[in-house]
Design a binder for this molecule. Sequence first.
Ligand code: 3H9
Length: 687
Amino acid sequence: MTDAVRYEREGDVALILIDNPPVNALGHAVRQGLWQAVDRFADDDARIAVILGEGKLFLGGADISEFGKTPLEPHLPDVCTHIERCPKPVVAAIHGPALGGGCEVALGAHYRLAMQGARLGFPEVHLGLIPGAGGSQRMPRLTGVGPALDMMPAGGSVSAEQALKIGLVDRVATGDVRAEGLRFAQDLLADGAGPRQTGALPCPAYDAEAFDAARALWTKKARGEVAPLVAIDAIEVATKLDYDAGVKEERRLFFSLMETPQRAGMIHAFFNDRKVSKLPELDGIAPRAVDSVGVIGGGTMGAGIATACLLAGLPVTLVERDEASADKARATIAGYLSAAVKRGKLADAAPVLARLKTVTNYAELGPVDLAIEAVFEDMGVKKDVFARLDAVMKPGAILATNTSYLDVTEIAAATSRPSDVIGLHFFSPAHVMKLLEVVVPDTTAPDVTATAFALAKRLKKTAVKAGVCDGFIGNRILATYRGAADRMILDGASPWEIDAAIKAFGLPMGPFEMGDLAGLDIGYMTRQRKAATRDPRDVVPTWADEMYHEGWLGQKTGRGYYTYADRKGTPNEAILPMIDAARGDRPQRTFTPEDIQRFYMAAMVHEAAKVVGEGIAARPLDVDVTLLYGYGFPRWRGGPLHWADSVGLPALLADIQSWAETDRYFWQPAPLLQQLVAEGRSFSDLN
Ligand code: 3H9
């Protein structure tokens, strides 16, 4: 037996203990150990075996780090079948998560016990895969196709209680998993229970309506992601083929997905999610304690930030300029919380709202550990707020700004304690969006940065460290690819063609739909702010200024790039004369969706290369995570720089160089991109 799997005896019961920290992934040593443990059980005089996971969970699934390498025997489907074909009964005793291959091992066992708090599920589609060790064949045999169609295309999971209800487990218990596993085994022996093979159960009934509904749902929802629809195909296989043939077909589908760029993109994203908060410079730096938070400003952003903190269990003191504004902020927060209750995300809003104090006096922020400013985006206003915070906040407290582009170093300099000042750039709606850009000026103390990351974790946000520049990582890159879209309009593309092409690439919205949603006044204000320092070679979308002056601000006024008789919107052709005027006698060309995607994505990658090259993002993965969590970049493409690697940097650079011949200003070469191409390296080499 391997070190990862132990075999113990308790009277008639054999215990097979899987011990492969941190998540008991089913790597080669575990598979081998499980196989040998089943053989040993078959050979000795134990009458029943219980498979258990050591530590905080049962099994976290196949070892993802082995994907893409040559699989070593025994393969997981064979291990599950080996368990199932054991001549004596085998029980899986599940505590914590049993995911993917972990759930498949449990389904290979003859009986399943789930402890309260356990979760059984198939997250494979989040890795661009489907269950590949019999899960798509065994689960529908146990539960019928309905629960499998709910779970597998969504990458979902169920609680122990739900698992019992749908027939995925046989018993739910509380207490110690080992003791309860033994008790269940003894009860089964007392009942004379024998081995019971799920794979030998008849095919589940085919339900045409359920399959049609699932396919319709996932064709719409998946937006280019292939695995959810393949998961549905695999479940259908279970209704048609016997187990052995079905599992072979499942394996074929699994390996066809293993070869796709989508699988590589999603696994890149999986590991980035974990790497992004691991910053070598914060190694061993303890965060400061944050037991209370202040928020300055109760508009959309401030109210969202306050809601996120309240939901994380933190007491919040929110400062507004007068009673009426404070009441309005409270009402906004109450509205967000009741929406969370309606969506089933929160049981009761009252105790959460009870943690909120709204005040009109900065002095009330004296005792808080961290204050986040979310007032109007204006340097003068921000500096004034920070001077006031500096005057009232206790020593050691953290002063944070939610600015989305202003110079945080300059804001920090308005205080007597720049080392306590940091940027916390939330995305709207702040209680929903996952991304938090942590903007770190050179003056910030390392334990303040560590505290920002610790707070993000508490708020269940994904934090990315960014340096100081206009727009930080995300908005700086956004400004460039938005600029690319405006250039394409001047050259002959319509906003609607651009939106359609970008959605076809996999983003939930195109840039002009996004503008309509956010409000076209935002872009106008940004252009005004930049007007004084604008380079004469910058493209100014004069049509967008005209739209602003017409009062066409997007969804909120019912008219922007689209008109909104309904939520979807139809192209607002009244803007065409405005666009034509901006085009003047510029030569026009047609754009295919591929042309649009190539130009737009190259602009994104090109600016991202500058952001990494200048150290605004520490690594390419920080850009990838930012675009995924803040800007709707499709997860199955991994992120813009992973995507760039996958299409090849030389081809991208060649495109950029050819466009630079006519627009040298916009396509000023990114030194890092040139360097990587010259050295034959890719962005992933820098992660
Ligand atoms: C599958 O099973 C396919 C089969 O159907 C067919 C096969 C033939 N492998 O998330 P954490 C690492 S597909 C390798 O912070 P938590 C993770 O990178 C698989 N490594 O812990 C991190 O490393 P580091 C289906 C893994 O307690 C460390 O473990 N399964 C794996 O917050 C801690 O991770 C899944 O998709 C893995 N499977 O959450 C489950 N999982 O410390 C994916 C984690 O170096 N995993 N690591 O950064 C999870 O959802 C969570 O990790 C889990 C624990 C809920 C289990």
